[in-house]
Design a protein around this ligand. Structure first.
Ligand code: PMP
Ligand code: GLN
Length: 415
């Protein structure tokens, strides 16, 4: 097939949106796929792609086995099996006080990814603007580009300052980004890659701006239960938000089942109907026997969820200490799977062996036997310089793996 550089075909726009289309027309794999392949090929410890290396709750795994054994192996209903939709509605009520109608306000999707795709394709028309915080999860730029929209980003800056949390957006920059051209505001909190939890006042400002400019709010809350201090606040719970908000989450992170791809979107019925209209021609349905299993997970007692966050917090601390000892600057995440580390202090020590985080990440297996992901992969080419030395490391791994990775990373300084 011939590749026409201009105008781009839809698939090329998608790849270009995520920065994966090269000038010669070739397409690169995502940074997560590239780094996982590098870890496999080099035998390095994979702290790149965010997936846990231990199984989740046995009740959830057993429920999937039971579902397969009992013959739940055909197409589930388009919006998802009722037991899962009801469990999602119960979950929203129990954790956030959101009363959600399981039959009209809940839609099960193939992971949060499909929920994001169907939502963006349902509402974004060519030329529409979508506002997101940057660095931004790669799917956003790819999907907005596929829809013909324009991604306008508001930077989250690492501002080491005891008075303020890292990675806070400037409210004036947020105000300037949301205009009458904004079709939707995408809010990823807890945030990938930074681990930031956006303050309530930022979320309230998003709601105020969305109301003022009649924009929709789409939230990506896949790390909702992995918050290390305090409780997650869904945007949908804020006054005035529900009617214009689609809240997206997934079972992958909460139950260590990233390969099952069971996600969901909740919101007012007319918006869910719109997302379903697109979703049913993306996958129609997925993961029949995994759906009741995730329902079993959502109904687990509070103690499961708090224990999961506690265990992950301890792993965060372990890797943060390891990275600090190895000479990295560390931004301590408030939630999620990842730590952003600044390799700038090490570049000098290693005598200019790398120019930026991307080069470092490609060389890290050979230099230290560890794989990370450059934060530049979450930023468009023109702003990659701002995050040149930042590397994202996943700490959703066994303690012995994190200890070994930390020990290996100290070798960088010794070189
Ligand atoms: N959003 C964010 C912020 C993520 O980090 C991820 C995956 N780790 C996803 C969406 C995709 O979730 P899923 O695997 O459920 O599609
Ligand atoms: N969300 C995962 C991460 O940030 C990656 C998922 C993927 O490979 N697309 O590491």
């Amino acid at each position: 097939m011939t590749v026409t550089p201009n105008p781009l075909l839809p698939w090329q726009r998608t790849a270009a949106g995520a920065g994966l289309l090269a000038a010669d027309g070739s397409v690169r794999p995502t940074i997560f796929a590239e780094m996982s392949a590098l870890a496999l090929a080099s035998g390095a410890i994979n702290l790149g792609q965010g997936f846990p290396d231990e199984d989740g709750p046995p009740e959830v795994l057993e429920a999937a086995r039971e579902a397969i054994a009992s013959g739940l192996n055909q197409y589930p209903p388009g919006p998802g099996v009722p037991v899962l939709r009801e469990a999602i509605a119960r979950h929203q009520a129990r954790w956030y006080g959101l009363e959600t109608d399981a039959s009209t306000e809940v839609l099960v999707t193939a992971g949060a990814t499909e929920a994001l795709a169907a939502t963006i394709l349902a509402f974004v028309e060519p030329g529409d603007e979508v506002v997101a915080f940057e660095p931004a999860y790669d799917a956003y730029s790819a999907l907005v580009a596929r829809a013909g929209g324009v991604l306008r980003t508001v930077p989250l800056r690492w501002t080491p300052d005891a008075e303020r949390p890292d990675w806070r957006p400037d409210p004036d920059e947020l105000r300037a980004a949301v205009t009458d051209r904004t079709r939707l505001v995408l809010v990823n909190s807890p945030h990938n890659p930074t681990g930031a939890v956006l303050d309530r006042d930022v979320l309230e400002l998003v709601v105020e701006l969305a109301e003022h400019h009649d924009a929709l709010i789409v939230t990506d809350e896949v790390y909702e239960h992995l918050v290390f201090d305090g409780r997650h606040v869904p945007v949908a719970t804020l006054p005035g938000a529900w009617a214009r908000t689609l809240s997206i989450s997934s079972g992958g992170k909460t139950f260590n089942t990233t390969g099952w791809k069971i996600g969901w979107v909740t919101g007012p019925a007319p918006l869910i109907t719109a997302v379903l209209a697109v979703k049913q021609y993306l996958t129609y349905v997925n993961g029949g026997p995994f759906q009741p299993a995730i329902a079993a997970g959502l109904d687990l007692p509070d103690s499961y969820f708090t224990a999961a966050a506690d265990a992950l917090r301890a792993k965060r601390d372990l890797l943060a200490d390891g990275l600090t000892a190895a000479g990295f600057g560390v931004s301590l995440p408030a939630a999620g799977y990842f730590i952003v580390a600044d390799a700038a202090p090490l570049a000098g020590v290693a005598d200019g062996r790398w120019d930026d985080g991307e080069t470092l990440c490609r060389r890290l297996p050979e230099l230290a036997g560890v794989v990370g992901v450059p934060v530049s992969a979450f930023v468009p080419a023109e702003r990659r310089g701002d995050v040149a030395n930042l590397v994202r490391f996943a700490f959703c791994k066994r303690r012995d793996v994190l200890e070994e990775a930390s020990a290996r990373l100290t070798r960088l300084r010794a070189r």
